[in-house]
Each structure stands twice: as structure tokens, then as C-alpha cells.
Design a protein around this ligand. Sequence first.
Ligand code: FEO
Length: 168
Amino acid sequence: MISDKIRDILNEQINKEFYSAYLYLSMSAYFSEIGMYGFSNWTKVQSKEEIDHGMILFEYVLGRNSQIHLGQISTPNFDMNSPLEVFEQIYQHERSITSAIDAVANMTEGECDLATRNFIDWYLNEQIEEEAAVLRIISKLKTFGSEKSALYLIDKELSQREYESPSY
Ligand code: FEO
């Protein structure tokens, strides 16, 4: 059993992960509409991973004999001016998710909940990987993105990303 405080913050995190899935899915639609199918693929794969992140939390809460409270998912909102701008917003979004995961980790320590502290380590590591992956794309876009031919090649590269179920 987990405390009510831990239950509530994990339920909030489920909502944040599903919001992330919505956000990436709407970005995928935007990229598809402007013919950037590699960017569309990358964000669609990320959307699927975010659903996995939410579901791992969902199963954990139930597995600890606690309750799921699914809240409303907000409408995704982002500026669609260029791939670089979208990815800069992705980076800011992922930083906010990292802060949210940090808050969960801090709360588990306050509640002396070592099992959930151990569980949430996977998310802390996942956030490091996600932020780094997004920063690499931003760096390429900043360096080469003003050239249409280079943008085409970055799009082609991002089309190679394949969905893999997280190894939790
Ligand atoms: Fe599940 Fe992108 O954080």
C-alpha cells in the first residue's frame, strides 16, 4: 500500500504522461500536414512511448493496492512556426516533466516510501535520455536547419525511428 500523498502525485503523473502523448500526437499531425513525415514519425513514436510511461505508473498504483483517479487531459497547445521552434518547446516540456518526476522522488523520500523511490528511478533515467535526444535534434536544426536540403536529410533520419516497448 502507498500513502494517499504518493497515490495522488502518481495519479497526477499519469495525467502528465498522457498529456505528453497528446502533445506529441498533435505535433505529429502538424508535421504530417506540412509534409515532414520523418518528424511526424519521430513524434508519433514518442507519443506511443508516453502512453507506455502512463501505463507503467497505472499498473504500479494498482499493484500497490491503491486507487486510480484519471483526470481530464488538457488540449495540447504549441506554436507551429518551424521544426526548430517545435523541438525547443518539446525540450521545455520535457524539462517540466523532469521537474515533476523530481517532485515524486522527493515526496517518496519524505514519506519514507523506498519501494516507490526505487520504482521512480527508471523515470529519472528515462528523462535524462529524453532530454539528451531532443537536444541532439535541436543542435542539428540550429546548425543545418536553414538549408532545405539539410532539413530533408534530418527528416529522413527521423523517419528511421522505430517504436520499442520500454524495457521497464
Ligand atoms: Fe514520459 Fe517524455 O516523459
